[in-house]
Design a protein around this ligand. Structure first.
Ligand SMILES: N[C@@H](CCC(=O)N[C@@H](CSS)C(=O)NCC(=O)O)C(=O)O
Length: 299
């Protein structure tokens, strides 16, 4: 039985980050406090283990061709349990993904979504039925159901590695970007999993699901373009064969987001894209992280 442990810390005047090591189960939810002399901001930390061993990232980019979706597998292979997570798995590729996880000897602990997708059904619900203890994750702002509802500033630990959550609404109201940590024992350069907020030489559309071109412009400029320029950009989709970009590259060459906001809005208003074919099926399913048939008993 999985136990979730929640702790809160009081604030003290320094700019340190403190997390609990008292939780008793794996994985666990921790709450910690970002200590800042000017604020009392609290940051929740989802942690799969404690300890300060050196870390090593295993990383795979996987593709689903009908919706042109990228799924990302990350694991800390320096940790004895090799805890792993998947970002944006697709329902029809669940067996591929879980076979790979098994072959690599990983322990899948989180199946995460960057947002409520409109073009395909998430694999997180199916995976929960196949991997005991697996937790689904989506943002609280998405108004969806999942095991863990994350918010801006949260840290999601897998072994000694972690992803930070950045709210990047605009394509949908609940979009988040997951970015690797900026401390020395985390992967360098940083890696940003931008979902549909920032794509390679493009971005997510803003014409449904609470989309807003004003919000998207501000999200990308304030939350993604402020990462170091060598930060790698891994989107949820690519329609032209690109696999990875960098923040510096997109700041210069993104034909939409390198422009001023008014020009960006005008571009977004004139995209004239057809609605995604799967939208009526995908959105309701993804609002419950693909668990629509079992929602009452499993979440
Ligand atoms: N044709 C596809 C949907 C294509 C599409 O609308 N993609 C979205 C992301 S998935 S909701 C998007 O934001 N595209 C931006 C762009 O500039 O292409 C289908 O029918 O599924």
């Amino acid at each position: 039985m999985l136990r979730v442990h929640l702790l809160r810390f009081s604030v003290s005047p320094s700019n340190l980050f403190v997390q609990s090591t008292k939780a008793t189960a794996f994985p666990r939810l921790l709450t910690s406090t970002k200590l800042n002399k000017n604020s009392r901001s609290q940051v929740r930390v989802y942690s799969a283990s404690s300890g300060f061993e050196s870390s090593k990232l295993l990383f795979r980019q996987l593709f689903e061709k009908e919706s042109s979706t990228y799924t990302y597998l990350l694991a800390d292979v320096s940790h004895p349990e090799k805890p792993a997570l998947l970002i944006d798995p697709v329902d029809k590729m669940v067996d591929r993904d879980l076979t790979l996880v098994k072959e690599l000897g990983l322990k899948l602990i989180y199946a995460m979504n960057t947002h409520v997708h409109a073009d395909h059904v998430t694999g997180t619900g199916l995976m929960k039925g196949k991997v005991p203890g697996l937790k689904s994750i989506i943002s609280k702002a998405s108004n969806s159901k999942a095991d863990l509802l994350i918010e801006h500033g949260d840290k999601i630990y897998f072994g000694n590695l972690f992803l930070e959550v950045r709210a990047t609404p605009g394509h949908t109201c609940g979009c988040v970007t997951y970015v690797t940590g900026d401390v020395p024992d985390q992967p360098q350069p940083r890696m940003a999993f931008t979902g549909d907020a920032l794509m390679i030489r493009g971005c997510g559309r803003t014409d449904f699901q609470g989309g807003s071109s004003h919000q998207l412009y501000n999200s990308v400029h304030s939350q993604i373009f402020t990462f170091p320029k060598d930060t790698l950009v891994y989107p949820a989709h690519d329609y032209r064969g690109f696999t990875v970009s960098s923040v510096g590259e997109e700041m210069v060459y993104n034909p939409r987001l390198s422009k001023d906001e008014e020009t960006f809005k005008s571009i977004m208003e004139n995209l004239n894209l057809a609605y995604p074919k799967m939208i009526d099926v995908a959105v309701p399913a993804n609002m419950v992280c693909g668990l629509q048939d079992r929602i009452k008993t499993t979440i």
